[in-house]
Design a protein around this ligand. Structure first.
Ligand code: DC
Length: 218
């Protein structure tokens, strides 16, 4: 049997940073499910589909083959065979991912891939519906959250460090809108699993959060 750790929470709560560190400490594989939805979003944007064109998304998403692999411990997301890691971290792609991920065809494809991975490897998987839908039997479930201003600040720092110019207020507005979309959609909305441990990272360091989750595993 594999050991699965599920980490869910809103955008910018620090899920991927934390999950990566835990995976490294435990020798597990880190699965960033948001990156899969982002790769799908990139495909849809390249097809010049608007976030509001739900019918087109429903049809076109079937043409995109998303898969993941690992190079030097880093997750690589492939879109129809192309490594798209360097193209999916923009706000445009993030917003399209949030708008297109409620689509049932999109979710079916992604969840299937995620469940297959978790059945064959020990994983730390982060996303929005991991504890509630993808891995309901995960041994450890965490709902990681933080204040929206703190989360916007983290995204701002991440983007500016990469040399991408951005505006703090726009990022915070986007984050609040993304939370609303992710939490109110009909299929697999972002919510805390009943058996998840809630961690608010607003006033915690990365290592404090990592240690708190490792303690749950032990
Ligand atoms: O975590 P992220 O910002 O990379 O995720 C981008 C979007 O993908 C997010 O707004 C909602 C969607 N998503 C989802 O619906 N389910 C997941 N398990 C992960 C992400």
């Amino acid at each position: 049997m594999t050991y699965n750790i599920a980490i869910d929470g809103p955008a910018g709560a620090g899920k991927s940073t934390i999950a990566k560190k835990i995976a490294k400490k435990l020798g597990y594989i880190y699965v960033d499910t948001g990156a899969m939805y982002r790769a799908m979003a990139l495909y849809l944007l390249r097809e010049q589909i608007e976030p509001s064109e739900t019918e087109k998304i429903n049809v076109k998403c079937m043409e995109a083959d998303i898969s993941i692999g690992y190079e030097n411990g880093e997750q690589i997301v492939y879109l129809n065979g192309e490594n798209v890691n360097g193209l999916i971290r923009t706000e445009e792609v993030g917003n399209m991912a949030s708008a297109s991920s409620p689509n049932p065809n999109v979710r079916k494809k992604m969840v299937h891939l995620q469940q297959k991975l978790a059945a064959s490897e020990n994983v730390v998987m982060d996303g929005r519906d991991i504890g509630t839908c993808v891995l309901p039997n995960a041994q450890v479930k965490v709902y990681l959250t933080a204040d929206s201003r703190v989360r916007a600040g983290r995204r701002y720092d991440e983007l500016t460090q990469k040399g991408i110019s951005c505006d703090f207020d726009t990022i915070e507005k986007d984050i609040i809108e993304r939370d609303r979309q992710d939490m109110t959609r009909e299929i697999s909305p972002l919510k805390q699993a009943e058996d998840a441990k809630v961690i608010d990272s607003s006033h915690m360091t990365i290592d404090e959060v990592v240690d708190a989750i490792i303690a749950l595993v032990h």
